[in-house]
Ligand binder design. Structure first.
Ligand SMILES: Cc1ncc(COP(=O)(O)O)c(C=O)c1O
Length: 393
């Protein structure tokens, strides 16, 4: 937990610089392979990057429209129709944002009154806790438990109360790699409808899903169209995380409410990149199939390496993260394990306990990002192999 900063408002105390910056500094100091942060080490398609360059050259350099450039809003609508059979109005039901991160923050700021409760699954992506706190909301968590990271429906029902405003969902899920299946989504939808709560769903890994599984946006479930805000971004689907082009869609009323907040956060961003992501969303099917199969091959390579070393590996169904239980390697505490790893092996990983309200639930779990070139993953496995014979850290 970072030290308190007397200048920082109370509701954000504890959200200062985290162990992540410590880990990155360690990675630099020790020349480690950084499998901590989730960004690929290869850039997205040349043709998409060329469109961005062309957009800069041809004068798309002033503020784009507040809702996002028309071509991108249309492409988002076409993409949601093509992959999920959705019919989205690009004029009233889509909003382009500065990455999924802004879409999440703007949604919570727009939809949650101070004191209202937001239910999410732990472990959770770290911006969720901060965005809920920014909105003055109260976080309630339901724990996903290994090995399959299912939740207990009784725990979900118990987390919902009269002050619950919305459920913040993430599928495919970071850090666990879980993909919520139709049965679970039907259960969550039923709970949302019965309790009249909204669902904000973060689907940034929608195209990184393995073993022939399907991504099911919860908005496609019966009764969910008017109570769901669906969020995604170009970062993960096109390996262009630095562009920060995200979006959300929902009913015209929900989108209009969120737009009210978003316009005072960034107003707009990334004009030329918006044109390029519009083209990216319309790429041929083979692009999306190759993205998936390349990442699946990396998952297989990396997870079998981790298994050989002796970790208990939770093979992800989606995303580009693998979590492991470190106890078979005679370690108990993920934080000290990860702090020692750069020095010991020259590899950086992230302790999963940081993504839990109940750190005990994830104390022995560690997350690796495998969105790296195969030779980098092989080198990382090689370096980690010293743990096979190593003792407790
Ligand atoms: C679950 C999840 N949501 C959102 C984001 C952030 O997306 P963006 O870079 O588009 O803001 C990430 C990035 O790692 C993520 O893992």
């Amino acid at each position: 937990m970072p030290p308190n900063n007397p200048y920082l408002v109370e509701r954000l105390q504890g959200f200062g610089t985290t162990i992540f910056s410590e880990m990155s500094a360690l990675a630099l100091e020790t020349g480690s392979i950084n499998l901590g942060q989730g960004f690929p080490d290869t850039d997205g398609p040349d043709e998409v990057r060329e469109i961005a360059i062309e957009a800069v050259r041809s004068g798309y350099n002033q503020y784009p429209p507040g809702l996002g450039v028309e071509a991108l809003r249309k492409a988002i609508s076409v993409h949601q129709g093509r992959f999920y059979g959705l019919d989205i109005d690009p004029v009233t039901e889509v909003l382009v944002t500065a990455g999924a991160t802004e879409a999440i923050a703007a949604s919570l700021l727009a939809l949650v009154e101070p004191g209202q409760e937001v239910v999410t699954f732990e472990p959770y992506y770290d911006s969720y806790a901060a965005a809920i706190a920014l909105a003055g909301g109260v976080r309630r968590v339901v724990t996903l438990r290994p090995p399959d990271y299912r939740y207990d429906i009784a725990e979900l029902e118990a987390a919902i109360g009269p002050r619950t405003r919305l459920l913040l969902l993430n599928s495919p899920h970071n850090p666990t790699g879980k993909v919520f299946d139709r049965e679970e989504l039907a259960q969550i939808s039923k709970v949302a409808i019965e309790n009249e709560i909204l669902v904000v769903t973060d689907e940034v890994y929608e195209h990184l899903i393995f073993d022939g599984r399907e991504h099911v946006p919860i908005v496609t479930m019966p009764g969910m169209a008017d109570r769901t805000v669906t969020i995604s971004s170009g970062g993960k689907s096109f390996s262009l995380t630095g562009w920060k082009i995200g979006w959300l869609h929902g009913s015209a009323e929900l989108v209009s409410a969120i737009r009210t907040v978003k316009q005072f956060l960034t107003y707009v961003s990334g004009g030329p990149f918006q044109h390029a992501i519009a083209a990216a969303l319309l790429l041929r099917d083979s692009y999306f199939e190759d993205l998936k199969s390349d990442m699946e091959a990396k998952r297989d390579l990396f997870c079998s390496g981790l298994t050989d070393i002796g970790f208990d590996v939770f093979r992800p169904a989606g995303t580009y993260f693998a979590t492991v239980d470190i106890r078979p390697l005679d370690s108990e505490d993920g934080i000290s394990f990860c702090l020692g790893l750069p020095e010991r092996c020259g590899v950086v990983a992230v302790p999963t306990s940081l993504f839990y309200d109940d750190p005990e639930a994830g104390r022995h779990l560690v997350r690796f990002a495998f969105c790296k070139k195969p030779e980098v993953l092989c080198e990382a496995i090689d370096r980690l192999s010293v743990l096979k014979t190593g003792g407790v850290l």
